[in-house]
Design a binder for this molecule. Structure first.
Ligand code: DAH
Length: 341
């Protein structure tokens, strides 16, 4: 072979080799396949590129500079073709199996208020419109605020319903929101009209009608010249706003140590169980006992007042037709989402 022919053949083969190698890099479907193609074509000692470097050494001296330059160029082309393919695979590889653009979007969750909170808010709104403000008190109380100041005689049977957890150091978990009456009367001079929502605790079973912790809502109105007529008028106004104007209400005798006289208020409601209208007790109430006013430092000759206590849980049950009170505590989303607005 003449020197010219040998040189032309070298350049021609080198060009074809670069083409083939580039095609096999592009055909690689995975990084493994690409690495395999790289070893076959560029690989340090066993790759095909090496044969061109050997052939270069055997060319006549005067042809070497041009052939050497072509070899160097071919090597660089291969390196950049390999790099380009590797980068393409790196971008495509992790995304392909993970990202499914046709998948439905994840459902979004919107929180809503618990039915007891809904009822408390609604009742507070009704009484706020009548001039009441919200008052809060501690859940850990002293025996004096929970019982003594509320005229519970020591060892009175009324206390049997109010067994609770007693804490080291003399505190107890309050059994009702009535202590807030005393705390408010001590803090502010009459006239007073407050509503005190909050949780209370009792030694009770957890069954369809009882829970050892539940919500209460206390009301208190103290002013000059307040009578039982004010109590009835205000509570009827509330019942009609909450349950509907045509609902019948009634008051019956009851007993609480901190009111005299004491009453219970019933409303005629349809619980949605197909049994129609029936009387349901919604609260205890009465005129504030003079002993409570005295314990709180209020002049019972000048001021009188009335109070009530109700269970928003029971009221939510009567409002929404919930037969088992445990549903209010279980946080089952299938139950709670029915109250989302
Ligand atoms: N504190 C009472 C209870 O938990 C409820 C109650 C009844 C509160 C009559 C009152 C009231 O303010 O006048 O059983």
């Amino acid at each position: 072979m003449s020197g010219g022919a040998a040189s032309a053949a070298y350049h021609e083969e080198l060009r074809r080799f670069v083409e083939e190698a580039t095609q096999s890099f592009q055909a690689a479907a995975s990084t493994d396949e690409l690495e395999e193609a790289r070893a076959r074509h560029i690989g340090d000692t066993r790759g095909r590129l090496r044969t061109f470097s050997v052939a270069l050494g055997r060319l006549p001296h005067e042809l070497k500079p041009a052939a050497g330059a072509a070899f160097k160029l071919a090597k660089e082309e291969l390196a950049s073709a390999y790099d380009r393919c590797r980068r393409q695979l790196a971008v495509a590889a992790p995304l392909a199996p993970v990202l499914d653009r046709t998948m439905p979007a994840r459902e979004s969750w919107r929180g809503s208020l618990h039915p007891v909170s809904l009822v408390v808010d609604e009742i507070c709104d009704i009484f706020r419109a009548l001039g009441f403000t919200i008052a809060l008190g501690p859940e850990v109380e002293t025996a004096w605020y929970n019982f003594g100041a509320l005229n519970f005689p020591a060892d009175h049977p009324a206390m049997e319903l109010h067994d609770t957890l007693y804490l080291e150091g003399g505190g107890l978990l309050r059994t009702h929101t009535s202590p807030v009456q005393v705390r408010t009367l001590q803090q502010y001079p009459p006239p007073i009209r407050i509503l005190a929502p909050g949780n209370v605790y009792r030694r009770d079973f957890f069954d369809s009608t009882h829970s050892p912790v539940f919500a209460q809502l206390e009301g208190l109105a103290i002013d000059e010249g307040i009578s039982f007529a004010d109590l009835k008028a205000t509570l009827n106004r509330f019942a009609h706003a909450f349950y509907g104007k045509s609902r019948r209400t009634r008051f019956g005798p009851s007993y609480f140590p901190f009111t005299e006289p004491s009453a219970q208020m019933d409303v005629e409601v349809d619980l949605g169980d197909g049994k129609g209208l029936r009387w349901v007790e919604i609260m205890g109430c009465g005129l504030v006992h003079p002993a409570v006013l005295e314990a709180a430092g209020v002049d019972g000759e000048q001021y009188t007042g009335w109070a009530f206590g109700m269970g928003p849980g029971r009221i939510a049950q009567s409002r929404y037709g919930i037969s088992d009170c445990r549903l209010l505590f279980e946080s089952d989303v299938r139950f709670l989402e029915q109250f989302a607005t």
